[in-house]
Ligand binder design. Structure first.
Ligand code: NAD
Length: 497
């Protein structure tokens, strides 16, 4: 079943075959025949029916990846680099489809391009540059070396919010280093991941190197880290699920990379340039309807300028156009009825805790909104650090405004949640910028900006409950290798011997 989406005429069925995922180079349905309807969250229309895989499908995918592993491991790294470059090139050629497909299933506005080609292209350039070292020795007749070797079959669990880039950022370094992979995309938004796998296949990446099993978390998701054939796991998603995945990895004694949630602070000092800060704060809140791990959802502002900053943020939010992705909008719906329910519950919690709604605070209604999961961008003022809306990741367009009187208080609030993914500092003072950015506990800190997309190869990942491990950087490929020390000792044979 495929549908043509109004106003754009983009038929998902021209890109993907209904009810199939990729195992060992074959596009197959789930063994037990279950299916999932992937919907457009702006309208609830079904975009494509996909298989609902389970443990038996994960078994088949791990078998296929295990079979493919020796050949892929022994493929010249230069040839692996060429294949990844071809994959990146195909993604570049089909960037429009990747952008639109992700917009359709996630509900975000189109971006007019895709970060995926560059993500894969960057890693492709590293594939033939993974090297070990020579080690100093106590004796001249001994040689000591390290080799960087792949683990084998790697498992990768992807969330629904930015599925394409997150899959590329995980799978590209894994296979560049010679591993094979089994990917479990999120049940709500698996289409971009399936299409990426199809482009990899078209690029000539051999069967079994990338396998994709779509399914619910409790079925295919839980089966993947529990499988004894998996040698390394990566998980991107919520801390609660991450903890379950970690327990499964502990039982199998395998390493794990965790990319989890955030409650990221935007610290606005008295000398901040609001002309830069306000648009960035608004963009961070509304991009992907706030369903971004790195969204800056806590606004920490100097008490003396709080009134002006809140007024400016509310004015800017008034200009944000909300609607379906195929209209000229800045913000789309939430991904699902479940996510909408969660966000609306947090709006009730915030009110009950005594915070004051100064913008939004409700579900959007009307002809354009009634078919989907639209919630107005919301600002809570008078939030106290201990409130749940200041502590818990809402994963929606909800901003909590907190005030501070000095830098120490700003820091204590900024570092006062269990998370530590990213943080922004807005100030005109280099001294304050240096002090605060050193002291904030976060994997990325931005000064007078938000996000690291202007930087090439910026390591991304969290402190504390935001996870551990880093992606998107030159070092990340090494995480997909294990180090072997090799000691070679001469035993006195002469040249003639
Ligand atoms: P989630 O944890 O509910 O699901 C993530 C993935 O895990 C999905 O594929 C899901 O099917 C699977 N899953 C669910 N239960 C499972 C289980 N028992 N065993 C194994 N897998 C299971 O998270 P979500 O709602 O899809 O995504 C939102 C969360 O992801 C937020 O917390 C967000 O901050 C985080 N996130 C983090 C990053 C990052 O890079 N740090 C990026 C994007 C999203």
């Amino acid at each position: 079943m495929t549908v043509t989406t109004p106003a754009d005429r983009f038929d998902v069925g021209t890109l993907l075959t209904e009810n199939t995922f990729l195992i060992g180079g074959r596009w197959v349905p789930a063994v037990e025949g279950g299916t999932i309807d992937v919907i457009n969250p702006a309208t609830r229309e079904v975009l494509l029916r996909v298989p609902a895989g389970g443990a038996r499908d994960v078994d088949a995918a791990v078998d296929a990846a295990t079979t493919a592993f020796p050949g892929w491991r022994d493929t010249s790294p230069a040839d692996r680099a060429d294949l990844l470059s071809r994959w990146a090139e195909l993604c570049r050629r089909h960037a429009g489809e990747l952008d639109t497909l992700e917009a359709m299933e996630v509900g975000r506005p189109r971006q007019g391009g895709s970060p995926i080609p560059r993500t894969i292209g960057y890693i492709a350039g590293l594939a033939d540059k993974v090297t070990g070292v020579t080690l100093p020795t106590h004796s001249p007749d001994v040689l000591g070396l390290t080799l960087r070797e792949p683990y084998g079959v790697c498992g990768s669990i992807i969330p629904w919010n930015i599925p394409g880039k997150l899959m590329a950022a995980d799978v590209a370094p894994a296979i560049a280093a010679g591993n094979t992979v089994v990917v479990k995309p999120a049940e709500d938004a698996p289409l971009t991941c399936l299409y990426l796998a199809k482009l990899a296949e078209l690029a000539g990446i051999p069967p079994g190197v990338i396998n994709v099993v779509v399914g619910y978390g409790a079925d295919a998701g839980a089966a993947l880290p529990a499988h004894p054939g998996i040698r390394r796991m990566s998980f991107t998603g919520s801390p609660e699920t991450g903890s379950r995945v970690m327990a499964a990895c502990a039982r199998n004694l395998i390493p794990l990379h965790l990319e989890l949630g955030g409650k990221s602070p935007q610290i606005v000092l008295r000398d901040a340039d609001l002309a830069y800060a306000v648009p960035a704060i608004v963009r961070s809140l509304t991009f992907n309807a706030g369903q971004v791990c790195a969204a800056g959802t806590r606004l920490l502002v100097d008490r003396k300028i709080k009134r002006d900053v809140v007024a400016a943020v509310c004015d800017a939010l008034a200009a944000v156009r909300v609607g379906p992705w195929y209209e000229p909008v800045d913000m789309g719906p939430l991904i699902s009825a479940r996510q909408e329910q969660r966000v609306l519950e947090y709006l009730d919690i915030g009110r009950a805790e005594g915070a004051r709604v100064v913008r939004g605070g409700h579900k959007l209604t009307g002809e354009m909104f009634d078919g989907g999961f639209f919630v107005a961008p919301t600002v809570f003022d008078e939030v106290e650090p201990g409130m749940r809306i200041a502590q818990e990741e809402i994963f929606g367009p909800v901003l909590s405004v907190l005030t501070f009187d000095d830098e120490d208080e700003a820091l204590s609030i900024a570092n006062g949640t269990r998370y530590g993914l990213v943080a922004s500092v807005w100030t005109g003072s280099v001294d304050r910028a240096i002090r605060l950015s050193r002291a904030v506990q976060a994997g990325q800190v931005y000064v007078n900006t938000m996000g690291s997309t202007d930087v090439i190869g910026a390591p991304f990942g969290g402190y504390r409950h935001s996870g551990f491990g880093r992606t998107m950087s030159a070092d990340s490929i090494l995480d997909y290798t294990q180090t072997k020390t090799l000691v070679l000792k001469g035993i006195g044979q002469g040249l003639a011997g």
